[in-house]
Design a protein around this ligand. Structure first.
Ligand SMILES: C[S@@+](CC[C@H](N)C(=O)[O-])C[C@H]1O[C@@H](n2cnc3c(N)ncnc32)[C@H](O)[C@@H]1O
Length: 191
């Protein structure tokens, strides 16, 4: 059976093919994407709840934290953090459908006041207010974001990634949760 990691990689490959000009591909894709500003860098594959909990535990989230999920999907990481710890959270996703779902999930969980979800591109979004950042993207996307994460996040901010590494930036800790691996880094002091 294929793992979620393989699924995400192969879905990403498909997404890249589909990202070719719409005229080459036909109208079906154009219709499916008509509300999305540009092709997604990563397809939607949700993190299982036990992995979400393990990510929040690895980051040692507390009430005073502000948790940002970059590419937030249905908002499950931010909603879970607010529900478990009473902390604030922000999610951003390029897909407006996901953001709608995230807002509905926050309202259902009674944490709408603690959370904010926005349609946006992780490469342009201001995440400097975070004390914890979570990501379930792809290695290439992590690497592209890495210089901004190191420059714009406050020293001491914890960064947790589901399944994917940061190249030669060695993680402090990794943990296996079922079929997933999660990684933790802390933004170092400025030199
Ligand atoms: C693998 S899913 C992870 C969803 C959620 N973080 C979770 O762990 O359950 C990746 C998400 O990133 C979003 N995404 C892809 N490219 C993006 C971009 N450039 N900016 C913002 N979101 C993006 C997708 O729409 C998708 O919801």
């Amino acid at each position: 059976m294929r793992t979620r990691r393989e699924l995400l990689h192969s879905s990403a490959a498909l997404a890249l093919i589909y990202a070719l000009p719409a005229g080459l591909i036909g109208s079906a894709r154009a219709q499916a994407q008509d509300e999305i500003a540009r092709p997604l860098d990563v397809p939607y594959v949700p993190t299982p709840v036990p992995v979400v909990d393990a990510m929040l535990d690895l980051a040692k989230v507390v009430k005073s934290d502000i948790v940002y999920d970059l590419g937030c999907g249905d908002g499950r990481i931010v909603v879970r953090a607010a529900s478990r710890f009473g902390c604030r959270g922000v999610g951003v996703d390029l897909n407006p459908e996901r953001v709608k779902e995230a807002k509905a999930n926050a309202a259902r969980a009674g944490v709408a006041e603690l959370t904010r979800f926005e349609v946006g591109d992780v490469f342009e979004f201001d995440f400097s207010g975070a004390t914890v950042v979570t990501m379930y993207l792809l290695p290439s996307v992590n690497l592209k974001l890495r210089p901004r994460l190191l420059k714009e996040l406050k020293p001491g901010t914890r960064l947790v990634s589901h399944d994917f590494h940061m190249g030669d930036w060695a993680p402090q800790t990794t943990r296996e949760v079922g079929r997933s691996r999660i990684y933790l880094w802390t933004i170092p002091p400025r030199t």
